[in-house]
Design a protein around this ligand. Structure first.
Ligand code: AMP
Ligand code: MG
Length: 411
């Protein structure tokens, strides 16, 4: 029998469609710089001063003029003391200034000699002997070498990190304008699902499993700066699914579901979305993760993830993560793959583009997790990324493959 179904949508097409739908972007809000990590910047951050503000010492030592030390052993009286936080006065010719790390270089000095290269002649040092001839500029950090006045230090659409909030604080920003948090309603479907804590492992009924997707999806959403409404587990019934989707659509930017999106008669997500709104996309040519769905219910976007935990996780990382970041106005959405040698073989080429769970090894190659089943969450814990393997491609040991680190997909 010939297969007359239309070809599945490619990941690239599905992603382009989702990103196109992530418009208009969310409004912005001002937050304390302390709380801005993980948020997307909604303004350019421009420095109104230079950093460091002036030339300063990179060492504890003595500021002096190189011309006063023509040879090792020169004796210089100490004419002033400049600790960090205070400014000295112009350096008298033929003298040295005691100086500490971060303190401004006094006018007239052109080098700092570290204290290890000086001998104190009297204590408190009334004079020092400079044992080594200094080079002009040595141990001086130049004013503006980090940030110039007027420089754009952070750009609209950037994801804020601990380093960038430090930089913003360093130019005097105590608040930052960021995209407001996406409001996401999350629910799991599946009559087999039990919450850990509700039933002890030894009392689990045959056929029951714990709800693991709820835990990682909620955590992933929080990492992406979302405000999550967790609606728990919805039973495998059309009416219950319709009710849950309808009530979630009112006050959320995105409804995210797991499970119930395949073709079985217990899978009610697809008909429920079609009943209430529009299903724009269903099924993608990737493995794991084929039964991914995207649509709209009222004003809310809808993303339906497969129930199998690895499929759910991977489709979240590949599709929902960039979608949520785009909603927040993020500009850098594409993970950077690295070419690495496979230290394994993959003999079964698939019709779909595959994402194989692998781990970098000490020899600079990739090891493959032995069980690539979409239900085996252990593969995601053991692995530190995936090989993005094109459709129809086998892999021989030593082949260069495209590795995408999970770290690239988690923020
Ligand atoms: P479904 O997509 O609903 O057909 O589910 C596919 C497989 O994933 C089934 O074996 C389910 O038991 C499993 N599954 C669905 N939802 C979850 C969940 N929240 N946590 C763990 N496994 C799940
Ligand atoms: Mg199900």
């Amino acid at each position: 029998m010939s297969d007359t179904r239309p070809p599945l949508k490619s990941l690239a097409d599905a992603l382009a469609e989702l990103l196109g739908r992530a418009e208009p972007q969310l409004a912005s809000e001002r937050v304390s710089t302390f709380d801005a990590d993980g948020r997307v910047l909604a303004q350019d951050v421009i420095s109104s001063l230079q950093v460091p503000p002036q030339d300063n010492s990179a060492m504890d030592g003595y500021a002096l003029r190189c011309a006063d030390v023509p040879a090792g052993g020169a004796l210089l009286p100490v004419s002033q003391r400049i600790p960090a936080g205070s400014a000295g006065v112009a350096l008298q010719a033929g003298t040295a200034a005691r100086i500490f790390t971060g303190a401004p270089i006094p006018p007239g000095a052109d080098a700092v000699v570290m204290q290890e290269d000086c001998e104190v002649v009297a204590v408190p040092p009334a004079a020092i002997r400079v044992m080594r001839v200094p080079q002009p500029g040595q141990w001086i950090r130049r004013g503006g070498e980090d940030v110039l006045r007027g420089a754009v230090v952070l750009s609209k659409g950037e994801l804020l990190t601990p380093a960038s909030i430090g930089l913003a604080a360093g130019i005097g920003m105590d608040t930052l304008l960021v995209a407001r948090r996406p409001r996401v309603a999350l629910f799991s479907t599946g009559d087999e699902l039990v919450m850990p804590g509700d039933v002890a492992p030894e009392r689990m009924k045959p056929g029951a499993i714990y709800n693991s997707n709820r835990f990682f999806l909620r955590t992933l959403l929080q990492r992406l700066g979302c405000e999550v409404t967790d609606l728990g587990i919805v039973p495998d019934r059309l009416d219950a699914t319709v009710d849950a989707l309808r009530s979630a659509s009112a006050a959320h930017d995105l409804i995210l579901t797991s499970g119930g999106v395949s073709v079985g008669e217990e899978d009610h997500i697809k008909p429920a979305v079609q009943k209430l709104g529009e299903l724009g996309l269903w099924q993608i040519a990737i493995k794991p993760g084929k039964p991914f769905a995207y649509g709209k219910v009222g004003h809310a976007h809808f993303a339906g993830l497969p129930g199998n935990p690895v499929s759910s996780f991977i489709t979240f990382l590949l599709l929902v993560r960039p979608f949520l970041r785009k909603l927040q106005g993020a500009t850098d959405l594409t993970p950077q793959p690295i070419a690495l040698p496979a230290h394994f073989t993959w003999a079964r080429a698939d019709k779909r583009r595959e994402f194989l769970r692998v781990r970098r090894n000490a020899a600079g190659g990739l090891d493959l997790f032995p069980n690539q089943s979409s239900g085996v969450l252990t593969s995601m814990v053991w692995g530190d990324g995936v090989v993005d393997n094109p459709a129809g491609q086998t892999i021989a040991r030593g082949d260069s493959v495209r590795f995408i680190a999970f770290a690239e997909l988690l923020s």
